[in-house]
Write a new protein. Structure first.
Ligand code: PEP
Length: 251
């Protein structure tokens, strides 16, 4: 089974209208002709629409960094999956560690969002990953299993195939400390075995698992060369055309 490589940029709460649209225009130009892999950027909600306008018809898809699970109603400050779809989103990042640990989102809450995203026709990029203390305590696999299983509860085999998993060890996010290719591969193999156990081998072989955590142009190639690493979710290095293109070219 060949899984199509997927490189996504998480812009987090960065950039402004001018720099976000300039980055989108630069990426549109730089990715022209690159059709052998999937590429996406995830701006903050307010810049999704202008960025999506610029990237329309290009090789770069657009995703959101979060959304609420209810489709509409009295939920002040929230944005629904349907609204994101309406303005041109294809993907939505769910369960990012910053949302799990800073905004205290539980896997049960993320599970509601996973179902809502699938119902709205968005592709969830579902993040899981252990804290440094959890790795040191030897609970890496247990933590990732709990986060994964809790977040996909009730998801059918067909829907599971649409979901992209991002393994993001929290100790490697924004720290400059990247997991070794071997550490990434080891967890990806475990995650794929968990998917096979919960679903079946065919589903497990088709799900794409990205690695995320301080991926840069100079370390991407070795990580992406691992057989179970199907792409990358990139934070800091997705904010400049040259840096993000360095990773894309390494894929
Ligand atoms: C992320 O935000 O998903 C991430 C991996 O960040 P960074 O690449 O900056 O570590």
């Amino acid at each position: 089974m060949t899984r199509r490589t997927f490189i996504a940029g998480n812009w987090k709460m960065n950039l402004n209208l001018a720099s976000a649209t300039e980055l989108a225009a630069g990426l549109r130009k730089a990715t022209d002709g690159i059709t052998n892999l999937d590429i996406a950027v995830c701006p903050t909600n307010v810049y999704i629409q202008p960025v999506a306008e610029i990237l329309k018809g290009s090789n770069v898809g657009v995703g959101a960094q979060n959304a609420y699970f209810e489709p509409k109603g009295a939920f002040t400050g929230e944005t629904s999956m349907e609204m994101l779809k309406d303005i041109g989103c294809k993907y939505v990042i769910l369960g990012h560690s910053e949302r799990r640990h800073i905004l205290h989102e539980s896997s049960e809450f993320i599970n509601l969002k996973v179902h809502a995203a699938l119902a709205a026709g968005l592709i969830p990029i579902l993040c899981v990953g252990e804290l440094l203390a959890e790795r040191k305590a030897g609970t890496t696999d247990l933590v990732n299993r709990r986060q994964f299983e809790g977040s996909v509860s009730g998801v059918s085999s067909n829907d599971m195939k649409k979901i992209v998993i991002a393994y993001e060890p929290v100790w490697a996010i924004g720290t400059g400390e990247v997991a070794t290719p071997e550490q990434a591969e080891e967890v990806h193999v475990v995650l794929r075995a968990i998917i096979a156990e919960r679903y079946n081998k065919e589903v497990a072989e088709s799900v794409r698992i990205q690695y995320g955590g301080s991926v840069k142009a100079d370390n991407a190639k070795a990580i992406l060369a691992k057989p179970n690493v199907d792409g990358a979710l990139v934070g800091g290095a997705s904010l400049k055309v040259e840096d993000f293109m360095g990773i894309i070219k390494g894929a």
